[in-house]
Design a protein around this ligand. Structure first.
Ligand code: 44T
Length: 840
């Protein structure tokens, strides 16, 4: 505990005593009370006393800092444990008022924010802490975990995309030369488009950016490029801006790249409608002559054409629907409908996304186009009526001829962004671009195979300003076969045949008569949870390992309790999210399994599966339903309830080891019965040396050359993180420079065996530049049974350490890797070995 009893050296206030006679007494009394309360572990009262002292007598700040921090942390732990979250944050805010530049308080507040799900705010706090103290390892590690939310990785890709940069620059230059003299850059990011306008000679340039981090970054960049007086940047969403309040008058040019893979996901339609009404000069009419300074407004990009294409793709399928009938020995027939949260045919809902994004060219296993690309939509950003009409536009039906036989898994969507009449950018799957495509997966559990001669009926709509595409039916031999479960009521148009009204009435009555549970409902699972369920190998391995352990323990128990019938064995599954492992444990017979599944819909699925697989219902418990407090759970159960198996979820989908894994493992070990086992018992980390430009491009702005002549890299590259996650190593464009080697072993059954530093020597098999070290895990459930996070059907992705300075290597040379594990975070430094290791 920090020093709580020492007295400050300078107790006297510098203020004249006579002005406030009771003040010093109050301060010293409060300080003593604070210290006493701290000793008595009454942190709440101590905190209040410290606040009073430090507010009244800032001169005690240095003296009391450590004790104050300690009090704050202890008190906030207490508040956290009883769910008094608002008070917790109030305390931190009060603390930061007193110590605004305290990196430890900032970092700790960030951790609380992160745990409560306020990721952006958390990230901001870690970033501030790190700026204050760049060599503060806790803040650094936290910052690396969240930097992706602060500055998304695509900023690097876009800034590295020279083609895109040049096309935008040229279009802006032309517009300015034609008289667009006043410019607003909506969603300026690093400030690049605004700077292009200024460089092209625009008299007035304004920019706005809604993300605080990006806004601050843009200010730094613009200032470093000597334009701070000439570009006015606002930390605002464009929709909140008006002339003359935010900008002195309407502008003649809006430049923006607020488009995502699905074109409208960043709200460009709404932003442009608003801009036309409040920020832009009126649009040019055909008869307007352009000469000199423009009195009309226009937008770059001027419009877009959206394309779609039906595809077969196993990789998409396994992330969006259940396609296995049996998982780890359990029949899945009774599971009901399991959906991913990506669904655009249902009513808009916060928990649903209409589409996901993928780079089709990088999907493992590839994809098969089932139709030619078709035009789904054309939109003119310079026509406000058209923009406004978009959301009220009727659902449009498109018939697309099927060109190849294959299972319909998704519609893939991309677009061409028309910067002006001459120049455009394409985000298509065949292009050499950094763009991903939007993916609208099919949800129907019935597999539907399209055939040449079929026509696919696609509906395109733009409700709630998201572009939605959905495959509704297939026309085959004059018949219309409906796909998915379509809710006809939401479509006012009469282009969809009305179903038989009598049948509709009957089904409505049937719904009224039956109880809720019989109405066809579904359970939502994350994409990675669905991919896990579809991972046969993973569940089979667990099933085998659990069967082995349980039969050993059953034999042991029988020997011990000859004659009398022994009680069940206990298994605890603490996997995150949806997991079938508890049920697989319970299916071993004579095993009572505890599941950590929390969501009631998901619990219902497990109960249904237990019933249908003849597992006695009392053999499946959801322990989180009973225990409010984690502390209780972690207590050692009574003698006869010692766990036989504890299943830990050790690797996150993104490819990193879960935080606090080793702490959880040592706790779990204490809860085991003799002969019981923690799953997995060991994790072996593998990695290899690669040369990959792609990884570099995604990690930092590359090259010495300024971007379009502007200095941007040194600023945005502060947000570079050394570990790249969610990597698909099987499709990563890279050159392997070594064989795979074992980097580290984590022994979950023996904490003493874990080292935090290790040196590994790797021999380069070919010459090249080492830019990254991708790594993955072999997860040993027991000594014989293991699963690899690199396997083809895995729900895991891989991670890679990206070297800040690529390392030239010759074939045959040895590379020394210093591998470090700090709080579940792996870091690797690479050095060329000058003297080859002694071969023994
Ligand atoms: N990602 C592309 C989307 N903003 C680009 O805060 C392509 C994704 C992508 N600011 C892989 C590859 C790629 N007013 O900083 C952001 C955002 C800001 C606004 C003010 C507004 N109305 C808005 C709307 C957005 O604009 C910036 C750019 S959004 C671009 C999204 C390389 N994955």
């Amino acid at each position: 505990m920090p020093n709580t009893s020492a007295r400050p050296k300078h107790r006297r206030s510098r203020r004249p005593r006579r002005a406030e006679p009771g003040r010093d007494e109050l301060i010293s009394g409060s300080l003593q009370s604070a210290q006493q309360c701290l000793l008595n572990q009454d942190y709440g009262t101590a905190f209040v006393h410290y606040l009073l002292v430090l507010n009244l007598a800032p001169q005690f700040k240095d003296f009391a800092k450590d004790s104050f921090r300690f009090t704050l942390f202890k008190w906030s732990e207490e508040l956290d444990s009883v769910g008094r979250i608002q008070e917790l944050f109030d305390c931190y805010e009060q603390a930061l008022e007193i110590f605004p530049a305290d990196e430890v308080i900032l970092n700790s507040m960030g951790e609380h924010l992160f745990r409560m799900g306020f990721r952006d705010e958390a990230a901001g706090h870690f970033h501030k802490a790190l700026k204050l103290k760049p060599d503060y390892p806790e803040a650094r590690e936290n910052f690396y975990r969240v930097a992706n939310w602060l500055v998304e990785r695509w900023h690097f890709l876009m800034l590295n995309d020279r083609g895109r940069n040049q096309k935008y620059q040229q279009a802006i230059q032309k517009a300015v030369q034609k008289g667009c003299n006043t410019v607003l850059d909506i969603g300026t990011g690093t400030g690049i488009l605004g700077m292009c306008a200024k460089k092209a000679g625009a008299a007035e340039v304004y920019a706005c950016e809604l993300s605080k981090t990006m806004y601050e970054l843009a200010c730094e960049v613009v200032s470093a490029n000597g334009m701070d007086g000439s570009i006015k940047i606002l930390h605002k969403k464009s929709l909140e801006m008006e002339a003359p309040t935010d900008i002195p008058h309407r502008v003649s040019l809006v430049v923006t790249e607020t488009v995502d893979a699905g074109l409208f996901g960043e709200g460009i339609i709404e932003s442009l409608i608003h801009a036309w009404h409040h920020l832009l000069l009126p649009p040019k009419r055909d008869e307007d002559e352009v000469s000199g300074q423009s009195t009309t407004g226009r937008v770059i990009p001027g419009g877009a054409t959206v394309f779609g294409m039906a595809v077969e793709c196993l990789e998409i399928r396994r992330h969006h629907r259940l396609y296995v009938t049996e998982v780890g020995g359990l029949s899945m027939a009774a599971a009901g409908e399991l959906h991913s949260p990506v669904n655009c045919s249902s009513e808009p809902d916060d928990s649903m996304e209409p589409y996901t994004t993928e780079r089709l060219s990088r999907l493992p296993g590839g994809y098969k186009p089932l139709t030619e690309p078709f035009t789904a939509l054309c939109i003119d950003f310079n026509n406000v009526q058209e923009l406004e009409g978009l959301s009220s536009r009727e659902v449009q039906e498109i018939r697309v001829p099927v060109t190849q036989e294959g299972e319909l898994d998704a519609l893939a969507v991309w677009f061409q962004l028309h910067l002006d009449k001459e120049s455009s950018l394409s985000t298509g799957p065949q292009e050499d671009t950094c763009w991903e495509q939007a993916i609208y997966p099919i949800h129907s559990t019935d597999r539907f195979v399209l055939k040449p001669q079929d026509e696919l009926v696609v509906e395109v709509s733009c409700r709630d300003a998201y572009l939605r595409l959905s495959s509704v039916a297939v026309l085959r031999d004059g018949q219309k076969i409906h796909l998915d479960n379509h809710d006809y009521s939401q479509y006012p148009g009469n282009h969809i045949p009305t179903p038989n009204p009598e049948a509709e009435l009957c089904s409505a009555l049937a719904c009224l008569q039956t109880n809720q549970s019989q109405i066809k409902d579904f359970c939502m699972l994350e994409c990675s949870e669905l991919a896990l369920l579809n991972n046969h190998e993973y569940h089979q391995s667990f099933s085998n390992a659990l069967a082995k352990l349980m039969s050993q323990l059953k034999a042991k128990h029988q020997n011990h309790e000859q004659g009398s019938s022994s009680g069940p064995l206990y298994a605890l599954d603490v996997s995150e999210g949806f997991s079938l492992l508890s049920l697989i444990a319970a299916s071993q017979g004579h095993v009572k399994a505890y599941s950590s599944v929390e969501k009631s819909k998901q619990q219902e699925v497990l109960v249904r599966l237990a019933r249908s697989n003849d597992i006695p219902e009392q053999h499946l418990e959801f322990w989180l339903n009973h225990m409010e407090d984690e502390q209780e759970m972690l207590q050692r159960p009574s003698r006869e309830k010692l766990w036989s198996a504890i299943i830990l979820d050790c690797v996150e989908t993104c490819g990193l080891i879960r935080q606090k894994l080793m702490e959880k493992a040592s706790l779990a070990r204490c809860l085991l019965e003799e002969g019981g086992q923690v799953f997995p018992e060991k994790i072996v980390v593998f990695g290899l040396l690669v040369e990959s430009d792609t990884l570099l491009q995604e990690s930092a702005v590359q090259g010495e050359e300024p971007t379009l002549g502007f200095t941007i890299a040194p600023f945005i590259n502060q947000f570079t993180v050394p570990v790249h996650v969610f990597l698909d190593f099987s499709t990563l464009e890279c050159k392997h420079l070594s064989e795979a080697v074992e980097l580290f072993v984590l022994d979950l059954m023996d904490s003493n065996a874990n080292y935090t530093h290790r040196e590994v020597k790797v021999k380069a098999v070919s010459a090249g530049r080492i830019t990254a070290i991708p790594f993955w895990y072999h997860i040993y459930l027991d000594q014989e049974i293991s699963v690899s996070t690199l396997s083809q059907n895995s729900h895991w992705r891989q991670a890679a350490v990206v070297l800040q300075e690529p390392l030239e290597v010759q074939a045959g040379q040895w590379v020394r890797l210093a591998v470090k594990l700090h709080k579940s975070t792996i870091s690797i430094a690479a050095h060329i070995e000058n003297t080859p290791p002694q071969e023994d």
